[in-house]
Design a protein around this ligand. Structure first.
Ligand code: AP5
Length: 217
């Protein structure tokens, strides 16, 4: 039986950070729809060209594009392995399509893990985030700086800031989360799935420990 989880939370809550650690620890795959879209933008594919204008504005990419990504992933790479969904679902139609897809595939959702972080902390985290294009490592100039400014500790490549981490786009992303994504918590509360709320303002290690303990209960 596969073990699928949803990591839920506003932009900057730590979904990517925690998802990567959890996937390694539990032997699960992590599907970040944001990473898939950014890769498509970098490669200049038709999907990337369509997605870019929404992402640059801080808006959500159309549901059909996103559902296509998830369906293909569950039919391929993740057919026999549990998945941590990071940044998906983000709208009620996406959540309902995921419910149907998991039921068709006989993959019950194990839990929804909601990372809670206040807006002022989110804004600081996003403005301080730097990523390595070489190996994908993530840093934060305020909370987790690289040893040498602007360079990746692991591979030495230059670090860059995400295009949608500028202040105006961050405000828009936070508003879109509050309007379109946060209400999904009610959808999952009404289902049989366990919904856990975690204080995402603790240290990375502390949040990770709490997630693992919850899942091992
Ligand atoms: P996506 O890539 O999913 O971005 P997001 O949800 O806005 O989340 P982020 O990646 O910004 O933050 P995170 O929660 O992963 O935090 P992280 O761990 O990096 O989506 C981008 C765009 O793609 C969307 O706006 C949309 O256009 C499109 N998209 C994606 N999925 C979609 C979907 N399903 N439907 C429609 N459109 C979609 O951490 C942030 C920073 O904080 C880092 O610097 C990190 O080092 C630091 N940090 C993390 N944890 C801690 C901690 N505990 N203490 C201190 N610092 C910490």
């Amino acid at each position: 039986m596969t073990r699928d989880l949803i990591l839920f939370g506003p932009p900057g809550a730590g979904k990517g950070t925690q998802g990567a650690l959890l996937a390694e620890r539990l032997g699960l795959l992590r599907l970040s729809t944001g990473d898939v879209l950014r890769d498509a933008v970098r490669r200049g594919t038709a999907m990337g060209r369509e997605a870019q204008r929404y992402m640059d504005a801080g808006d959500l990419v159309p549901d059909d594009v996103i559902i296509g990504i998830v369906r293909d992933y569950l039919a391929g790479e993740a057919a026999d392995t549990g998945v941590i969904f990071d940044g998906f679902p983000r709208t009620l139609p996406q959540a309902k399509r995921l419910d149907d897809l998991l039921e068709e595939l006989n993959r019950p959702l194990q839990a929804v893990l909601v990372l809670e972080v206040e807006s002022d902390v989110l804004i600081k985290r996003l403005s301080g985030r730097r990523s390595c294009a070489g190996c994908g490592a993530t840093y934060n100039v305020y909370f987790d700086p690289p040893r040498e400014e602007g360079l990746c500790d692991r591979c030495g490549a230059a670090l860059s800031q995400r295009a949608d981490d500028d202040p105006a786009t961050v405000q828009r992303r936070l508003a879109v989360y509050a309007e379109q994504t946060e209400p999904l918590i009610v959808h999952y509360r009404k289902s049989d799935t366990d919904v856990h709320h975690i204080d995402g303002e603790q240290s990375v290690d502390h949040v990770q420990r709490e997630l693992v303990e919850l899942l091992e209960e």
